[in-house]
Design a protein around this ligand. Structure first.
Ligand SMILES: [Zn+2]
Length: 196
């Protein structure tokens, strides 16, 4: 059995993490997105586990522990983790110019993590979500994020556009935008599980 593990990141009480106009709260958006991805995964016959059912902020160490417990339960080789976020270019509550989608793996990530990140990148590009990010020749970005660094299964952190860019926020709050972002995740994960 293949198991998609979805981390919905921050909690209600995480400071910052919202759009300047407060139309987007990252924790709330990520919870909705994870639920959408999980519904599509269910239709595709992929078992899904959501790391943070709570509304509150769960420390990274605990989220890592939960993911690794799931890897032990289902077998690391059967699992893949996606941690769902929205990017921000600043933290002063101002509108800024950076736009677009990025997918991140840890510095010493496995080939399988890179494969999953590439599949996500291809689907995000197909959806026209590159924004003004420089094209990545490797099709992934490398960041020292604990949730992808310290978890045992293949793991990618997706930064789904910028919550401090006006145009990105319009997209992120729209039903069609949410559906496109959920779809890019599930299309990539289906392709990943077909071969891994
Ligand atoms: Zn985040």
């Amino acid at each position: 059995m293949k198991v998609l593990i979805l981390d919905n990141g921050h909690g209600k009480n995480t400071p910052g993490k919202c759009s300047p106009d407060k139309r987007i709260l990252e924790y709330e958006w990520a919870r909705d997105m994870v639920r959408r991805i999980a519904e599509k995964a269910c239709l595709a016959g992929i078992h899904t586990e959501i790391v943070v059912p709570e509304e509150s902020d769960i420390p990274l160490r605990e989220r890592v522990r939960r993911v690794n417990a799931l890897c032990a339960k289902y077998g690391t080789q059967n699992c893949a983790l996606i941690s769902v976020h929205i990017n921000a270019a600043g933290n002063e509550g101002k509108w800024l110019n950076a736009r677009g989608w990025t997918g991140w793996v840890a510095p010493k990530s496995s080939q399988k993590s890179k494969t999953l990140a590439r599949l996500l990148y291809i689907e995000a590009s197909r959806a026209g979500l590159q924004g003004n990010r420089l094209p990545s020749s490797s099709c992934y970005w490398v960041g020292n994020f604990a949730i992808v660094r310290d978890t045992k299964c293949p793991a990618v952190l997706t930064e789904n556009l910028f919550q401090d860019n006006k145009d990105d926020v319009e997209y992120l709050v729209s039903e069609s935008g949410k559906e496109a972002i959920a779809t890019l995740h599930i299309d990539a994960i289906k392709k990943y599980f077909e071969n891994n």
